[in-house]
Design a protein around this ligand. Structure first.
Ligand code: GLC
Ligand code: GLC
Length: 650
């Protein structure tokens, strides 16, 4: 886009850049800067227009983009150009992700390289390594309290190890996902330390207050994220003699993006890791980026403007690198993190589908797909060049973030229904085999979330203890059913390490004084390689889960209708236990899959009237991709076994 004022400002900036910047071959950099500069300038102006140092800050920003571009290696620049041509590359069905802790899975980064064959055996080709940057060992929040954004925790390795891993992954056609914790730093980060010593420059990087007056006003409208372990949103710092905003743990200081210096620092860090070979960056806690008194300080418009700026800047220097939005917010808000427009107001290409995750768990507890259908139907539209990250479990707790109105329309009182779900997953509800733990219990609001491993939440732990083969079978089926949904829904499925083997809750965290107060560690255990061995012993629980998921992953990859190209249609059924949707190949509309999942513990009938009116079941039978069997309809009805699913094709 060309616009006179910004173009003339751009020319002025180019004159002021450091001389060494002019000496490099920057053709692609300049064309992209030209294309993005209008947007960058407008957004910067919207956010910081009232500051006298606006132009100086813009010079600094453009300099940062140029310096990081100069540093970007030839092979990454080449990959940028390739991805520019094939710009929908990440919407393909070929990608399957896994999130894991490098130390808990493989010791360190070098060890991780040696474990890649395990991931490839399962079919995983996108690797999200949980945060590996330097954190204080005691107060680390699992890597999300970063002390140094440019230093790998020496226990895991070095920056060179990350680059070597990225290169190995590339050869194996695998993607690397790394975190950038954009919302806060550790209280031991250099900026925080200098703020504590009284340096105004760095106090301005955070929200620092002399007394409780302003904090109290903020508190009126801000919810608490960790009400049990870290109540309130401000922490008194003795050394400064001031209050500092700490939305998450008391040792995580929120960055103040009202200060453009903070934004520029963080863009620099984003590009630093882009240059180390990350294909995708997971931007942590993005909903929280902008704080405004009188608001919940989540999902503010400015948070979106900041993300647009980050995206535009990344597109200038490292356009092949994608962003994942970690915004665990209400269904209506999440899709906004894709941006409003794929060209003019783009934010993150990928977003955690926390709504689908919560809805799937609802189906597990209620054993029907009532709310799931409603929630899927009302999922907001996303931009064209954007895709979901679909997951069942991750390193965090499960928040029951479905829409209250959908719950009401499904015949539930939202509050009581959430209570039921908490009771169910914590095993309090009569007959529930789940072994979850309540997390973030807030008596003031009645909110609670749930910790626990997938296997323990679906009853595998209880079933194994009772040596109840039927219950074991039901738990395994539930695990496979949930994965069949995230693998076929549209978007990138993200598995959680351990889930493909049925890893149970682990109480090892209770022995660690720095972890025992945070029960999310119950599902972040050390990966058990002895258990992994059992994946090749026929009849073991591990083998039953692993082989089923491996097969589904392989099928997904060759099933082109599973690419995420706005090609899913939810089909209404009269049977509330079923979720039924169609997926269509956008290149060849006759290439289609009918996905049907049964969340009930009894076999259920699918009446094929609706599917037939959508072009399925033109004959009496269709083929199930997974079993290879012909599924025959009788009296216009197909029977789906308990806790099972079909992927049906002609
Ligand atoms: C994100 C992370 C979570 C962490 C929080 C604060 O939500 O996923 O683990 O506690 O941010 O950084
Ligand atoms: C994020 C999410 C919340 C999660 C927390 C970490 O703030 O919004 O659901 O529980 O991080 O646990």
């Amino acid at each position: 886009m060309y616009e006179q004022a910004s173009h003339s400002l751009l020319n002025e900036i180019l004159v002021e850049l450091k001389p060494e910047i002019g000496n490099f071959r920057l053709r692609h950099f300049y064309t992209r800067l030209g294309a993005n500069f209008y947007a960058i300038h407008s957004l910067f102006h919207l956010l910081y227009g009232d500051r006298p140092d606006l132009k100086g800050k813009m010079v600094k920003l453009v300099e940062t983009l140029a310096l990081r571009y100069i540093e970007r290696s030839p092979h990454l620049r080449r990959s940028d150009l390739e991805r520019e041509k094939n710009y929908n590359w990440f919407m393909s069905q070929k990608w399957v992700g896994m999130a894991l802790y490098c130390d808990r899975f493989a010791g360190d980064l070098k060890g991780l390289r040696a474990k890649l064959p395990y991931l490839q055996e399962l079919g995983v080709n996108m690797l999200h390594i949980m945060p590996i940057l330097d954190c204080p060992p005691d107060n680390s929040d699992g890597g999300y309290a970063v002390r140094n954004f440019r230093r790998i925790d020496p226990r895991f390795g070095t920056t060179a190890d990350v680059e070597a891993l990225a290169a190995t992954l590339k050869k194996r056609d695998m993607l690397l996902v790394l975190d950038v914790v954009v919302n806060h730093t550790s209280n031991e980060h250099e900026w925080a330390q200098r703020a504590r010593k009284g340096e105004q420059k760095y106090q301005d990087y955070y929200f620092v207050f002399e007394d409780r007056e302003i904090p109290d006003i903020y508190e009126e409208a801000m919810p608490e994220i960790f009400p049990v372990t870290s109540p309130g949103n401000f922490t008194w710092n003795e050394e400064m003699g001031k209050w500092v905003m700490t939305v998450f743990n008391s040792y995580q200081w929120d960055l103040n993006y009202r200060n453009p210096a903070v934004l520029i620092e963080m863009i620099d860090i984003i590009l630093f890791w882009a240059n180390k070979g990350a294909d995708i960056l997971r931007l942590d806690a993005v909903a929280f980026l902008w704080k405004k008194m009188g608001s919940a300080c989540q999902n503010e418009r400015e948070a979106h403007l900041l993300l647009q700026l980050m995206k535009d800047c990344c597109q200038v220097t490292a356009p092949g690198v994608l962003f994942i939005a970690e915004a665990i917010v209400s269904p209506g808000e999440i899709a906004k993190y894709f941006g409003e427009d794929a060209i003019n107001a783009k934010e993150c290409e990928i977003a955690y589908n926390a709504s689908l995750m919560a809805l799937l768990w609802d189906a597990v507890a209620t054993k029907n797909a009532n709310l799931l259908n409603r929630g899927v139907k009302n999922l907001p539209d996303k931009l064209e060049r954007a895709t979901w990250l679909n997951y069942v479990r991750c390193h965090d707790d499960i928040g029951l973030g479905f829409d209250d109105n959908d719950a009401r329309l499904s015949g539930y009182d939202p509050f009581l229904h959430r209570r039921f779900l908490i009771d169910y997953f914590t095993g309090k509800f009569p007959g529930s085999p789940a072994r979850g733990l309540p997390f973030g219990d807030n008596p003031k609001t009645g909110d609670t979330r749930i910790s626990g491993s997938l296997a323990s939440l679906v009853g595998l732990e209880t079933a194994l203890e009772h040596q109840n083969e039927d219950a074991i079978e039901a738990a395994i089926k539930t695990i496979v059913l949930l994965h069949s949904m995230i693998l076929s829904f549209g978007g990138i499925p993200l598995l959680y390490y351990g889930d493909a083997l049925g890893m149970l809750n682990s109480l090892e965290y209770l022995a660690d004084p720095f972890k025992r107060h945070d029960n999310r560690w119950v599902h972040r255990s050390h990966f058990d390689w002895n258990k992994a061995e059992k994946r090749s012993q026929s009849g073991t629980v591990e083998q039953r889960i692993f082989s089923a998921l491996k097969k589904l992953i392989a099928l997904r990859k060759e099933t082109t209708p599973f690419a995420d190209l706005d090609n899913r249609q939810l089909l209404a059924t009269e049977n509330p236990n079923l979720l039924v949707f169609s997926r269509t190949d956008t290149q060849n509309s006759r290439n289609r899959v009918l996905v049907a999942g049964n969340f009930n513990v009894e076999a259920q009938a699918l009446h094929i009237g609706t599917p037939r009116s959508h072009g399925f079941f033109q004959q009496d039978a269709m083929k199930d991709l997974c079993s290879g069997m012909r599924i025959v309809s009788e009296n216009d009805t197909v029977i789906i076994p308990p806790l099972s699913f079909y992927w049906l094709t002609d």
